[in-house]
Design a protein around this ligand. Structure first.
Ligand code: AP5
Ligand code: MG
Length: 192
């Protein structure tokens, strides 16, 4: 099972990614987490990406693609993977498709979580990660609208997009995500 989780900052990608990964026994891969690990390591690249993330802009496609290519060679992805926060630009989506085409392992489904901006701002201010201040949240939302939202149409044209409203209880949203995935790929997960 190869899945992309799409949606604005704070829509619950990380929260639902854990549930999907456990139930389908696939590797959850968050480019945000990979970049935060790089930043925490204090490498030259880490310091550069930390500044970009703090501003709410996107890290360059090349840096993120290199990271993803390396991560997808690890053996825990043999049974499939769940990409959280990647792709985020049309160039990233096209590169991912090319990469997966070469190994004849195309994406099975793209799940988009829909949450409105007011709810997102409320959630992220309550969480308080380094990039969860109001100015950066607004910048992340605006970057999402301009650069990531077009991916909905991209995946809709491929017949892979499922949209789920991401507001309400986490378990109820997971139920809808699972139902959406079952409509694309026959249910094999243990939906406990
Ligand atoms: P990233 O780490 O991906 O952050 P994001 O997209 O802004 O999303 P978040 O992680 O903040 O939210 P989420 O959707 O995972 O929701 P979560 O489950 O945590 O990216 C950070 C930065 O890295 C980017 O700005 C960019 O600079 C860079 N980057 C990353 N990927 C990149 C790429 N591909 N290309 C270029 N740059 C890239 O939930 C949020 C909060 O809400 C939590 O507190 C959670 O507990 C709560 N919550 C979850 N579900 C619910 C619910 N149903 N009801 C109430 N609260 C809920
Ligand atoms: Mg996240």
């Amino acid at each position: 099972m190869r899945i992309v989780l799409l949606g604005p900052p704070g829509c619950g990608k990380g929260t639902q990614a854990e549930l999907i990964a456990v139930n389908y026994q696939i590797a959850p891969i968050s480019t945000g987490d990979l970049l935060r690990t790089e930043a925490a390591a204090g490498t030259v690249l880490g310091r550069q990406v930390q500044a970009v993330m703090a501003s709410g802009q996107l890290v360059s496609d090349n840096v993120v693609l290199d990271m993803i290519k390396r991560r997808l060679t690890e053996s825990d992805t043999d049974n499939g993977f769940l990409l959280d926060g990647f792709p985020r630009t049309l160039a990233q989506a096209e590169s991912l498709d090319r990469l997966l085409d070469t190994v004849q392992q195309p994406l099975d489904a793209v799940v988009q979580l829909d949450v409105d901006a007011a709810e997102i701002i409320h959630r992220l201010l309550a969480r308080g990660r380094a990039d969860d201040n109001e100015a950066t949240i607004l910048q992340r939302l605006s970057v999402y609208e301009a650069q990531t939202k077009p991916l909905s149409t991209y995946y809709q044209r491929q017949g892979k997009l499922c949209t789920v409203r991401g507001v309400g209880a986490v378990d109820a949203i997971w139920g809808q995500v699972y139902a959406a995935l079952c409509s694309v790929v026959p249910c094999t997960a243990n939906n406990g």
